[in-house]
Design a protein around this ligand. Structure first.
Ligand SMILES: Nc1ncnc2c1ncn2[C@@H]1O[C@H](COP(=O)(O)OP(=O)(O)OP(=O)(O)O)[C@@H](O)[C@H]1O
Ligand SMILES: [Mg+2]
Length: 288
């Protein structure tokens, strides 16, 4: 299957040609298939946000290409608007960008820009609100009356309402409490399952990514240094730690047990896997 989105040797220099020139990403080759759910991890400043802002044409590459369904998105500039509808991007701390008088209008902003008919906009707004657990009675409130977590959900709903083929979320759970984080992740998984869309999730939280995505890409200093399934990536625990990333808590425990001599696989990243592996060592069945 051809990838829905792909980058080739993508590079971005900020403030090119000035004393402040900064190479934020370098030679990024990336691809996502339709229906993939992919996690992007990396230390602060490793280029994650810079990278994803290229995928919907918000930033223009200094060199390299972005292909959406096989077409270079910059080949024809008039396509960019269309790409922004098809590749929906939820920014870091998106709640700061809410500005309409009502929650409804905020969620409707994207679909309105797409010039959809009123009844379709209404359907999209209600469906998107439902995906993020925003009750219908909140739709007529001002976004400023909502809690931080609810504002975050409204901002996510605003992108979901455009029904993008690719949904990209930049640290959607940052700054929320554990319950808020958990429920937003569940909403995203549910959206991915129902719509069969492609989802790209940037996060700092290793436990969150371990139980959410099928593939992981690791950024370090503007480059991709590791990619694969969660078990492939988390089996490089030492390497991840050497670039300032953690591994899921359970992987830390099993790494320590390995150091102490227990013959455990390096690729354990969920509690279920750890419990199966430990029971197997005991000679158990793994189903206790
Ligand atoms: N507008 C800008 N102008 C100049 N340099 C920038 C700009 N935005 C980001 N940078 C620099 O580019 C590099 C990559 O930044 P980016 O924000 O993409 O990293 P990130 O991985 O998203 O970090 P974080 O985890 O903190 O969100 C960093 O060195 C950053 O300081
Ligand atoms: Mg960022």
């Amino acid at each position: 299957m051809a990838p829905i989105i792909k980058t080739e040797k993508l590079c971005h220099l900020y403030s090119q040609g000035t004393p402040f020139e900064k190479q934020a990403i370098e030679d990024i080759d990336f691809e996502a298939e339709k229906g993939d759910i992919i996690g992007i991890i990396g230390h602060t400043g490793s280029g994650k946000s810079t990278f994803i802002q290229h995928l919907n044409g918000l930033l223009k590459p200094t060199s390299g290409r972005i292909l959406f369904n096989g077409t270079d998105i910059w080949e024809n500039k008039s396509n960019i608007k269309d790409v922004r509808f098809k590749v929906g991007l939820v920014f870091q701390y998106p709640e700061y960008q809410l500005f309409e008088e009502t929650v409804y209008k905020d969620i409707a902003f994207g679909p309105k820009n797409m010039k959809l008919p009123e009844d379709e906009i209404d359907k999209r707004v209600r469906e998107a609100a439902e995906f993020v657990d925003i009750e219908p009675e909140l739709l007529e409130k001002s976004p400023f009356e909502l809690s931080g977590g609810q504002k975050r959900r409204v901002a996510i709903a605003g992108v979901i309402a455009m029904n993008p083929d690719v949904l990209i979320l930049d640290e959607p759970t940052a700054g929320l409490d554990p319950a808020g984080r958990e429920s937003i992740i569940e909403n995203i998984k549910e959206y991915h399952r129902t719509k069969e869309s492609t989802v790209i999730l940037v996060t700092h939280d290793m436990d969150e990514i371990a139980r959410t995505v099928q593939k992981i890409v690791v950024f370090n200093e503007g480059r991709i240094i590791l990619r694969g399934t969660p078990d492939q990536v988390f089996s490089h625990g030492e390497k991840l730690q050497s670039i300032g990333l953690s591994v899921p808590e359970i992987t830390r425990v099993t790494m320590r047990l390995r150091e102490l001599g227990l013959p455990l696989e390096p690729s354990i990243f969920t509690v279920e896997q750890a419990s199966r592996a430990l029971l197997a060592l005991k000679g158990g069945t793994g189903h206790a």
